[in-house]
Design a protein around this ligand. Structure first.
Ligand code: UD1
Length: 421
């Protein structure tokens, strides 16, 4: 298991290219199951989760051709409608093959993904949506067995919470359902609109993505298409927060302020300068300290839960006290005790953390607990005096492309250390 050694205290200067969004690529790749023609994707990040999904798609009969960041996916015929536990448990987003398989093959058997480090993460909204669309669903031995012998039918789906996964999953399946599906209280995340753009290029009839009501008129079949994956706003925001903690100035190519939603305002309030320029966003913080600013996570355009851990690291070096309230997942403060190992002053009470900013953190060995939490340890490590050693780097390799190289290219003293254990 690799580790990352960070020597903190250096400002970051230069430019970086933001990769394609993991959370978009994983859904858009699954859309290849909806057609027997080739779906070509560009700007696909080279990440462990993407490689894992390729294994699953191949298991369903998809021919995969990868050339750098371009992927050609052809699901000429579906050779298996079963998504096995061994693959799904490693990466939750693979559960989203259920809807496309059900829509195209009228049956699917997909392992339940199980909980993860940040919460129980049930899939009840997904299942209720497919039942409303006429599928019969049973849960047996850890698998979801779904059947719709007469095909899926359009329905009105009113989501209890604007779940990203449930909205995307329902939208994909509804493209091949008979009649109209309306998703109410839909998620509005940019990756969902990216998926809708790809599905439209394939011939789907979708309106309203980016708002809380999405209408999909089912079509008989979809065709191949070419689609460029949107920039990863989580990677973009994470590098911006790294500048906030360490100081300096970075030009983040392919970054876009609209992808940050309300977080752009929060980061400015926290003392960062964010300027949109041709082809990207310039982020800087010079001299003045980070300003402690309260946040509450919320569905897009609210402050993203996927920024919360990195933001906590930023507030650990803030000039006062900030409260951070996590509303999306029930167990997403596992980074707090690790940040405290670096000297951060954090008190967690239920879903709210109170962070009392300090001018200096001190390097220490810390352990990554999940993908975004790992990035928060790096953000803090870059601001800390001395060496921080982040173990369990495999979490980061799931979601941040060439992270060590990217940081090195802008002057950070970070080095990947091979662990002998
Ligand atoms: C996606 C993102 C993840 C991000 C999250 C919220 C991907 C691969 N992952 O995850 O990075 O943190 O959105 O922005 O895109 N819920 C239910 N029942 C369901 C579905 C969800 O109770 O059937 C709950 C969840 O437990 C959670 C909340 O709804 O508390 C939001 O989850 P959701 O938006 O579905 O997140 P994901 O799609 O899993």
């Amino acid at each position: 298991m690799d580790k990352l050694a960070i020597i903190g205290g250096r400002e970051l200067y230069g430019e970086l290219e933001i990769s394609g969004a993991k959370n978009s690529a994983l859904k858009v790749m699954v859309a290849c199951l909806l057609t027997d023609e080739t779906l070509t994707l560009t700007n696909v990040p080279n990440l462990a989760d993407v490689r894992q999904l390729i294994v699953l798609l191949e298991n369903h009969g998809v021919e995969v051709d990868r050339q750098g960041s371009r992927l050609d996916l052809t699901a000429g015929s579906i050779t298996s409608t079963t998504a096995p536990y061994d693959i799904v448990r490693k990466m939750r987003a693979s559960f989203n093959v259920l809807g496309p398989l059900l829509a195209r093959e009228r049956q699917a058997k997909v392992s339940l993904p199980g909980g993860c480090a940040i919460g129980a993460r049930p899939v009840n909204f997904h299942i209720a949506a497919f039942e409303a669309m006429g599928a019969t669903i049973e849960i047996e031995e850890g698998y979801v067995l779904a059947e719709a012998p007469d095909g899926l039918k359009g329905a009105i789906i009113d989501l209890p919470f604007p779940s990203v996964g449930a909205t995307e999953h329902t939208m994909m399946a509804a493209t091949l359902a008979e009649g109209r599906t309306v998703i109410k209280n839909a998620a509005r995340e940019p990756e969902l609109s990216d998926l809708a753009d790809c599905l439209r290029a394939m011939g789907a009839k979708i309106e309203g993505d980016g708002t809380s009501e999405i209408t999909i008129d089912g079509v008989q079949q979809l065709s191949g298409a070419t689609h460029d994956i949107v920039a990863d706003r989580i990677e973009f925001g994470s590098y911006a927060m790294a500048v906030g903690a360490a100081g300096g100035e970075l030009f983040l190519r392919r970054g876009r302020l609209d992808l940050l939603g309300d977080a752009a305002t929060t980061l400015r309030e926290a003392g960062l300068t964010l300027e949109e320029e041709d082809g990207g966003v310039r982020v800087s913080r010079w001299g003045k300290p980070t300003i402690s600013t309260n946040i509450t996570t919320a569905p897009f355009p609210g402050f993203p839960t996927d920024f919360q851990a990195q933001y906590m690291a930023l507030m650990a070096v803030g000039n006062g006290t900030a409260t951070i309230t996590e509303q999306v997942f029930e167990n997403r403060f596992m980074h707090a005790p690790e940040l405290m190992r670096l000297g951060a002053d954090i008190e967690v009470d239920g879903q709210t953390a109170t962070v009392r900013g300090k001018t200096t953190l001190k390097g220490a060995p810390v352990m990554a607990t999940d993908l975004r939490a790992s990035m928060s340890l790096i953000v803090a490590g870059l601001a800390a005096e001395g060496q921080t050693m982040v173990s369990r780097l495999y979490h980061l390799d799931r979601g941040f492309e060439r992270l060590d190289e990217k940081f090195q290219s802008v002057g950070a003293l970070v080095e990947r250390v091979k662990d002998e254990e």
